[in-house]
Design a protein around this ligand. Structure first.
Ligand code: ZN
Length: 567
């Protein structure tokens, strides 16, 4: 484990320095020259390592800039720097693409492949096919639009019960046990989005257009194809993904209909409305029985118990300020784990608000951080440290299941109820995730759709994937606007299915852990240690997990989870 207590830096001591793109350009030029001319593999490798150092430096500063901005979105300096970094990133990815081109045709390519494997070459070819000089301005425009959406959402100020709340602070009220409170909270949310529909429609329309333009300039028919390349899907395609979604409709949707039926009976309502959906249990969803200020300490204890090392990686990260858990005004929304390559340290960012979701997020982001630390030395190439994103999501989602036996630490006597809630939400999530994915396929296959047509698409998909959903006089939701709440649709196109693929793999590990916890943990550690040295399906094979495209595994897990939930 490379994160150590002694000698580790404090997050507060890290200084952001604006990345020097001109210098990076010089390094790229000299790397290209050496790769083109070197006959001695050692010379070529040395040049590559030098370039990797500069790339790591650049990535680290961009990450740091984003984290510092997200911790205080009212700080104009970092808002401006994020804009600078967005533009710089577009230029740098073009420069990286230029290095990729010469790496692929370098006289030493075979020797490099022999020594370090194929992955860096797969990535080089992929990058060459996703970025070129002609699309730089478009990439900057795309990044600016993404920032604009995120900025509006982070500044959301919703009037509720005489207070002004941001989106995360409103969440506990959305799942309140008191129906009137739930109705009012959902009404407030609906009003907020109604006031933003036009601007979000406009931003998304521009995004679809600019992404389509980028795809066409690069020689693709639609952005969908480019989206798959950007997501680095090396060993599966859209047909596989469609079969996966079909299996979810066939095996999981009926379970969710049953879950909602039982929920309706439990809540004792005559019609289960959409504002009832977040309240799974009559007496309320379990909430942590500990205070938010104790989350860090308990997280450290839980990870020590699961992984058997003391202090746990989490204790070390917390102690040095690499975690920021609690929601507050002017903090960006969402949760993530970002890896600061130069320091080989991850940073965990989230918005705890006192709900059960806090705990799922703590262990989820903790899983990402643990995997990042475990694979810090698997490759000399920063591009190959962590795997493609569906695999990263197994690191995090499987950790949610591996910590099941320790949930008493957070929920006391309500731990069983938390596990039931967590599994229920996992099953409800699968159709939702597939819906987000299918929505994007339709949108990018039909880039000329009007905003109204896009809302109609979402509306129809809800009938397929969430047949139980009922809206009444909530105009924003009823017209098919709910997709606007999902930031991934704006900021990371085609990412969302990765969560669903990972969920199936993580559930397989859960099932194994139910029978043989130690065996499942060994597999999990093996998975994390693989880092990014292979593609998704190859890693699964290496570790002994079933491909989620094998629909039998979905059918089997549907059965197992039903019996866990006693459905
Ligand atoms: Zn994640």
């Amino acid at each position: 484990m490379s994160v150590e207590t002694k000698g580790m830096l404090d997050f507060a001591s890290l200084k952001y320095e604006r990345p020097d793109v001109e210098h990076f350009k010089e390094v790229v030029q000299s790397t290209r020259l050496k790769l083109m001319s070197a006959r001695d593999p050692e010379v070529a490798i040395a040049a590559l390592i030098e370039y990797e150092k500069e790339l790591s430096k650049f990535d680290t500063q961009v990450c740091l800039c984003n984290i510092l901005h997200d911790l205080d979105t009212s700080n104009q300096f970092y808002t401006d720097e994020v804009a600078f970094c967005d533009e710089a990133s577009a230029n740098v990815s073009e420069l990286c693409s230029a290095v990729s081109s010469v790496l692929l045709s370098s006289p030493c390519a075979d020797a490099i492949r022999e020594k370090y494997g194929d992955m860096i070459f797969l990535k080089a070819k992929n990058l060459k096919e996703t970025v070129s000089k002609e699309v730089i301005d478009d990439l900057v425009e795309e990044a600016n639009l993404e920032t604009e959406y995120a900025q509006i959402q982070s500044e959301a100020s919703i009037s509720f019960n005489g207070k002004m709340l941001n989106l995360s602070m409103l969440e506990p009220f959305l799942e309140s046990t008191d129906r009137d409170t739930r109705i009012k909270a959902h009404k407030a949310l609906d009003d907020y989005y109604t006031s933003k529909v036009e601007i979000f429609d406009e931003i998304y329309d521009k995004m679809v257009k600019v992404r389509t333009r980028i795809a066409q300039k690069l020689g693709y028919e639609s952005f969908t194809e480019l989206g798959y390349k950007r997501m680095e899907r090396y060993d599966y395609n859209r047909d596989d993904v469609q079969k996966f979604r079909d299996a979810v409709v066939k095996y999981i949707v009926p379970i969710t209909v049953q879950i909602r039926k039982l929920q309706k009976e439990r809540l004792g309502v005559d019609k289960l409305m959409f504002y009832d959906l977040p309240c799974i249990f009559k007496n309320g969803n379990p909430v942590p029985t500990i205070k938010m200020k104790d989350y860090q300490k308990v997280a450290g204890d839980v990870f020590t118990d699961v992984l058997g090392a003391e202090p746990s990686f989490y204790d070390v990260l917390s102690e040095h300020g690499f975690t920021d858990l609690i929601s507050r005004k002017n903090k960006s929304t969402g949760g993530y784990c970002m890896y600061l390559e130069d320091y080989a340290i991850p940073f965990i960012f989230m918005n705890a608000n006192g709900t059960a979701d806090d705990v799922s997020t703590i262990v989820h982001e903790g899983g990402h951080a643990y995997a990042a630390i475990k694979s810090a030395e698997v490759s000399p190439f920063v591009e190959c440290l962590s795997p493609t994103l569906e695999t990263c999501e197994i690191h995090s989602t499987a950790m949610e299941y591996l910590t099941y036996p320790y949930m008493e630490n957070y929920f006391g006597e309500y731990a069983a109820s938390y596990r039931e809630l967590h599994m229920t939400l996992a099953l409800l999530f699968l159709p939702y995730g597939c819906m987000v994915d299918e929505y994007q396929h339709i949108v990018y296959d039909n880039p000329d759709y009007t905003p109204a047509e896009r809302h109609k698409v979402w509306h129809d998909l809800e009938e397929k994937y969430q047949p139980f959903i009922k809206y009444d006089d909530h105009p924003f939701h009823a017209m098919g606007g709910a997709w606007m709440k999902k930031d991934h649709i704006f900021t990371t196109p085609f990412y969302y299915i990765d969560y669903c693929l990972a969920q199936i793999c993580a559930l397989e590990l859960w099932d194994e852990a139910e029978n043989d916890y130690k065996g499942a943990l060994i597999k999990y550690n093996h998975l994390c240690e693989c880092g990014g040295n292979a593609t998704f399906l190859k890693i699964l094979e290496e570790v002994g997990l079933t491909s989620p495209f094998n629909t039998d595994v979905i059918k089997r897990l549907a059965y197992k989870t039903c019996s866990f939930l006693e459905l």
